[in-house]
Design a protein around this ligand. Structure first.
Ligand SMILES: [Zn+2]
Length: 277
């Protein structure tokens, strides 16, 4: 696939002026002349001056490496702005965060990289206790999720619905970040999301009229309004708070979610809150 073909593929998704959160798999494009750099450049061209391209730049620092009982604790990786994106997030995201003009937030585990006039404003909404700030901002800006050969499992905006619904399993953790003075600093993180494997359940709920879909060499490219996805996720959680607990028996994250949900069920409403007297 050359640059002209790449532009033609993205043209079909009508991205001009859009604010997009991109989750991309390089291999789904088949062979691309210029590789991940060409894909990033084509995306930036496609949204144009008024648009925003944002990608996760997540990093597997300490929080993701909770040792199993009896195993030695993994050496913490301190987050800094030039730390490589975790391999599962993908080659395109790793190339994107290093491009000139692309900014990156400094959350130790869930940083985002963004390009465009609104990039700074979008990224500045993130806090150590508000990892989804940039996703919420793109939602307010009526943005879209762009899945390039990836499944809904990668659509991190669905975590917004979990937070809004008040699921009891968003967790607390710590991580190490290099501070402005150059020293490692341990920071407390809140509202950390867990396993997203069960997000694919929302495939059955998507309204075809709201999704733009184009075939790729492998799989498809889909553009979905953030608002639509968040509303569908909230409705699913409303009917079943366990909706985003996956079926994999060895998933530690979902075992933790199940336990938190069960504990919340047995707790009386507003437990721990002071009653007005
Ligand atoms: Zn799971």
């Amino acid at each position: 696939m050359n640059r002209t073909e790449l532009n033609a593929l993205l043209d079909q998704l009508a991205l001009r002026g859009n604010h997009v959160i991109v989750h991309a798999s390089l291999s789904s494009f088949g062979h691309v002349e210029g590789g991940a750099v060409a894909v990033c450049a084509a995306l930036i061209d496609a949204v144009g001056d008024g648009g925003t391209v944002m990608m996760p730049a997540f990093t597997a620092t300490e929080t993701w490496f909770r040792p199993a009982p009896g195993e030695p604790r993994a050496r913490p990786v301190a987050f800094h702005g030039d730390l490589s994106v975790s391999r599962p997030v993908g080659a395109i995201a790793e190339v994107f965060r290093r491009l000139p003009g692309v900014l990156r937030s400094n959350h130790p585990t869930h940083s985002f990289a963004a390009w465009g006039r609104h990039a700074r404003e979008v990224l500045s909404t993130q806090r150590d206790n508000n990892p989804f700030g940039p996703l919420k901002k793109i939602n307010i800006m009526r943005g879209h999720v762009l899945l390039l050969g990836t499944s809904l499992q990668t659509a991190t905006v669905i975590h917004i619905a979990e937070e809004r619904f008040g699921v009891p399993y968003l967790s607390r953790g710590t991580a190490v970040r290099v501070n402005a003075a150059g020293y490692d600093e341990r920071v407390v993180l809140e509202n950390l999301p867990g396993c997203s494997a069960a997000f694919v359940k929302l495939d059955a709920c998507l309204e075809p009229a709201k999704v733009k879909s184009v075939a790729m060499a492998r799989g498809s490219a889909r553009k979905i309004p953030v608002r639509h996805l968040v509303q569908l996720a909230a409705a699913l959680l409303d009917s079943d708070p366990y909706a985003f607990v996956c079926d994999q028996p060895d998933c530690a994250s979902c075992a933790g979610k199940r336990a938190a949900l069960a504990a919340a069920e047995t707790r009386p409403p507003h437990a721990g809150q002071k009653t007005a007297s």
